[in-house]
Design a protein around this ligand. Sequence first.
Ligand code: SF4
Ligand code: SF4
Length: 83
Amino acid sequence: MATVFKAITTEDGKGIFHLFPALCKGCGLCIEKCPVDTIGWAKQLGVFGTPVVESGHGKPCIACKKCELVCPDSAIWIEKKEE
Ligand code: SF4
Ligand code: SF4
């Protein structure tokens, strides 16, 4: 079902943070690894009934893509904003 893969998008700093709630299992690894601590828990729950993540909680995103790389479930896609 296509809607399952609809992303939740947050714009923050240099990055556009796309989170695929159908893939995020709420492990928190991306929160731990983000160098500017901008990732935090969103209020809504994902399909597994666990909290999902969003950006916009700390310093502005620097679009380093570390979160995208460490996520074991490929739930994050970082798009770099045009300068
Ligand atoms: S791209 Fe880098 S700075 Fe932006 S949310 Fe991911 S880990 Fe944090
Ligand atoms: S690392 Fe991936 S699965 Fe874990 S909380 Fe972050 S986005 Fe969700």
